[in-house]
Design a protein around this ligand. Structure first.
Ligand code: GAR
Length: 218
């Protein structure tokens, strides 16, 4: 039987290394999501050029050329609909979305954030984690809700913060973990492995692989 894959669009604003991790994972024949579009609000995003080189459909929408957020999102929605998008993954997409857009994609849009949410929401995450002196930071994949960096948590990875860390060294260590948990999280939510109870995600066959790195096993 051929697997009916979930048509997934990835939204980026820059480098796109998480997008790349998702695209590469989705090449596996048994992966439940298929990447049908890479869209960016910044036409110069390096991730767009990479996606084009892979032969994936891309969409560049310069948000600065739209008078309102609604107008930008209307174009984005049109682009998503044009390829029959069923699911959206935000991967370094650095633009807040209106509640209307977020509600339209309720439980069908996920995001990755480089901290252990609900700690360190927003920008300059790593600098704030270092300044706070935390020993453990990490990353989180969650369903998107209208409030910034909020929503039911699907996957997290814990990453140690070293005394010698700079913002850049911590970001790089956490980014590696992001590349592991994001493909796992997308796999879980686009197959029948998760359900929501209130604003909590329940994972079937949940396993804790180690005391310091929590990321649900596939
Ligand atoms: C990633 O670290 C991602 O978690 C973060 O931006 C980076 C994008 O890198 N996202 C956020 O801060 C969202 N609030 P990438 O373009 O190489 O995936």
């Amino acid at each position: 039987m051929t697997l009916k894959k979930v048509r997934t669009a990835i939204l980026i604003s820059g480098r796109g290394s998480n997008m790349q991790a998702l695209v590469e994972a989705a090449r596996a024949p048994d992966y439940p999501a298929e990447i049908v579009l890479i869209a960016s609000n910044r036409p110069e995003a390096p991730g767009l050029a990479w996606a084009e080189a892979q032969g994936i459909k891309t969409l560049a929408l310069d948000h600065t050329s739209y008078a309102t957020r609604d107008a930008f999102e209307a174009s984005l929605q049109e682009g998503l609909d044009a390829v029959g998008t069923e699911f959206v993954a935000l991967a370094g997409f650095m633009r807040l979305m209106t509640p209307t857009f977020v509600k339209r994609w309720h439980d069908r849009m996920i995001n990755i954030h480089p901290s252990l949410l609900p700690s360190f929401k927003g920008l300059h995450t790593h600098a704030r984690a270092i300044a706070a002196g935390v020993r453990i930071s990490g990353c989180t994949v969650h369903f998107v809700r209208p409030e910034m960096d909020e929503g039911p948590i699907i996957a997290q990875a814990a990453v140690p913060v070293l005394s010698s860390d700079t913002e850049a060294s911590l970001a790089a260590r956490i980014l590696e973990a992001e590349h592991t948990i994001y493909p796992t999280a997308l796999r879980l939510v686009t197959s029948d492995r998760t359900r929501r109870e209130g604003e909590k995600v329940i994972i079937s066959q949940d396993v804790n692989p180690s005391p310091t790195l929590y990321s649900p096993r596939e």
